[in-house]
Design a protein around this ligand. Structure first.
Ligand code: ZN
Length: 417
């Protein structure tokens, strides 16, 4: 696959994945096309050596793996990423009526950068649960696709301080405007129509920006899209495991709820990965040996140094876009990397012919975290945190380098071979 093909498919993946549910569905479809067989956690598993499988939990997290022999001696080469991104999530009794406008009440999911959500053409997607025509409970994914709402800015004439001291009250300032109507509207009726269900019982719906992902820059150096954090890593992991050797045990885990701390049934702080690993290797001593022989590459985006805000990075550790994957290091274990895993990753990069960069945060600033330390703690597997450098993390539109995802793919392909 060329870098162009790879990036064009990436843009399609981003467009088709407005929510973690849709991302998981896209991953599942791509895996099935590549010969991975679907497993269900509720079934008894009969795994065959040299075959490829995947399993989902809550329709929002996914584990794909290649199953081979000698797990306890050779371990599993694992990659982890997350399917969720910060967003605005509809409240249960969502409709707000004001001055003939109908708005939707929202919660802020994760650490969203709120300013960029204003003046965007917003749509809604997610999961609706209810009874189908046969009277059975069904969980359906919906996506309105067209822009159905907007959060207009307040004109500068009404807020002279807007460019200096603007703050956003998440309760009062951001409910998107969906329509103008003097009549009572039923949001349930809207969902019935969209989902085809007979009765709606609950929903998990998110707003998203309808602007399509795009190549940006005079020489197309950049990629701009929503949800690059962390669908970028999910996609790179997907493409790498699709080409995994069948002689080696490899695994990709894409978890939901990273942006809110990973503590959930489907999050990295839950039991999903542990449960799957146990089913691959049920006997206690073999399991312990397998974990000891395994490694996890936790892939989540990094902060590229922004030329307008250079002082926000340590001067020796400012990753640049299009200069390769970033190795994330933190003395206080906000990242799980240690010299053992870092050196293994550097060797992989060298063997794949890909440059790498180091990131350590300014010592007078706090440091983000990700699924790496959580997985290392939960499973006890040696782990490295890496990621691709981006601008505007947690904005509704983030920017990455055109060359970086393909380069990380080359490294992970090598790791999985
Ligand atoms: Zn992330």
């Amino acid at each position: 696959m060329t870098q162009n093909q790879f990036n064009n498919e990436l843009l399609n993946f981003l467009s088709s994945s407005p929510t973690p549910f849709h991302a998981t569905l896209c991953l599942a479809k791509a895996l099935e096309e590549a010969g991975f067989q679907k497993l269900n956690e509720a079934d008894i598993w009969k795994l065959n050596l040299g075959e490829k499988y995947y399993v989902t939990r809550n329709d929002s997290s996914l584990i794909a793996f290649v199953y081979t022999h000698n797990l306890s001696e050779k371990g599993i080469s694992m990659v982890g990423a997350h399917t969720d991104s910060p967003a605005l999530k509809l409240k249960s009794n969502t409709l707000i009526h004001k001055k003939g406008y109908i708005q939707l009440g929202v919660e802020v999911y994760g650490g969203a950068l709120l300013n960029p959500w204003f003046d965007r053409d917003l749509s809604i997607a997610g999961r609706v649960s209810g009874l189908n025509n046969a009277g059975q409970l069904e969980h359906k994914l919906i996506d309105f696709k067209r822009p159905v709402a907007i959060i207009p800015s307040l004109a500068i004439h009404l807020d002279k301080e807007a460019n200096k001291n603007r703050s956003i009250n998440a309760q009062t300032d951001i409910p998107p405007i969906m329509m103008q109507s003097s009549e009572e509207i039923s949001f349930t009726d809207i969902l019935l129509q969209e989902s085809g269900l007979k009765e709606v019982l609950d929903f998990e719906l998110l707003f998203y920006d309808t602007q399509a992902p795009a190549f940006i820059g005079f020489k197309n150096e950049f990629l701009a899209s929503a949800r690059l954090d962390n669908l970028l890593s999910c996609y790179v992991g997907l493409q790498a495991i699709k080409e995994s050797s069948l002689q080696k045990s490899t695994l990709l885990v894409c978890s939901d709820h990273e942006e809110v701390g990973s503590e959930s049934t489907s999050g990295a702080g839950g039991t999903f990965l542990h449960s799957v690993l146990q089913r691959l290797c049920p006997e206690a001593e073999s399991y312990a040996r397998m974990v000891n022989a395994s490694m996890m590459i936790s892939a989540d985006n990094a902060h590229g140094v922004h030329p307008n805000f250079i002082s926000k990075h340590d001067e020796n550790h400012g990753p640049l876009l299009n200069h390769g994957p970033v190795i994330k290091i933190n003395a206080n274990q906000r990242y799980a990397s240690n010299s053992q895993t870092v050196s293994e990753f550097k060797l992989l990069c060298k063997e794949a012919g890909v440059a790498f960069q180091n990131f350590v945060t300014r010592t007078d600033m706090g440091c983000g975290s990700t699924i790496g330390p959580i997985t290392a703690t939960k499973i006890g597997v040696k782990t490295i945190d890496i990621g691709l450098p981006t601008f505007a993390m947690h904005s509704i539109r983030e920017t990455a380098g055109n060359a970086d995802a393909f380069n990380l793919y080359k490294v992970l392909k090598f790791y999985f071979s």
